[in-house]
Design a binder for this molecule. Structure first.
Ligand code: GS8
Length: 218
């Protein structure tokens, strides 16, 4: 990173998508400024930097905005190449990393969203089925990409802040259903980049319960 590089994250402590960006930057050993956003009253900076989606996270690198967490991680990897690759070099393995990174959003996140405020019919079973698919892809590898922690791991470990909430709302045990995935989560959560970036699962659970209590039911 050049001395003049300015790296800013339009951030939100409880956003798993923003956590991904914090993890990627920390894996690269980069210094960055985090600017916490208010999603109820969106800042003019957020609206200017992400006018299409108006969402966090946004990475602002030397004044240029990059949006969408998975795109940001890939940008970070392609921009700061000297340390800790986040994607494999081989094109086929890169495509697999991207496939699994996408699976976390399309399948896991969408399945988990159905657990609250009131669990929908079959929501827990569907989420467990999706988690088992990852369990099987993981097999006996330490990380989804093999020996190196990378893009697909980042996209899933960002959700680990919600694992306890999923277990409580879905009434299941991750370690009983998917022991390899639970062990993978503990392994990832020993990494400094993850410890510093992913909020404590109990804190996330309390935050969500408070939010749901305040929301009128309809
Ligand atoms: C999702 C970002 C997102 O949902 C990504 O970056 O990967 N696909 C995107 N951000 C939420 C906060 S996290 O729940 C957000 O900014 N919501 C505000 C809004 O949609 O208005």
């Amino acid at each position: 990173m050049g001395e003049d590089d300015e790296v800013i994250v339009l951030d939100l402590w409880n956003s798993p998508f923003a956590a991904r960006v914090r993890i990627a930057l920390r894996e690269k050993g980069l210094e960055f400024e985090s600017i916490e956003q208010d999603l109820v009253n969106k800042s003019s900076l957020l609206l200017e930097m992400n006018p299409i989606n108006k969402q966090v996270p946004v990475l602002i690198h030397n004044g240029k905005p990059i949006c969408e967490s998975t795109t940001i991680i890939q940008y970070v990897d392609e921009t700061w190449t000297t340390t800790t690759p986040l994607l494999p070099a081989d094109p086929y393995q890169r495509s697999r990393a991207r496939f699994w990174a996408d699976y976390m959003d399309k399948k896991i996140y969408n399945a988990a969203k159905k657990l609250w405020p009131v669990g929908q019919e079959g929501a827990t079973e569907h989420l467990i089925e999706c988690l088992k698919t990852i369990e099987s892809e993981l097999g006996d590898k330490p990380y989804l990409g093999g020996h190196a922690f990378g893009l697909a791991d980042i996209n899933l470990v960002s959700f680990s802040t919600m694992f306890y909430t999923w277990e409580k709302c879905g009434n299941f045990s991750l370690s009983a259903e998917c022991p390899k995935l639970a062990a993978w989560s503990s392994r990832c959560r020993e990494r400094d980049s993850v410890v510093k970036s992913v909020p404590d699962p109990l804190k996330y659970y309390d935050f969500l319960m408070n939010l749901l209590e305040k929301k009128p039911s309809n």
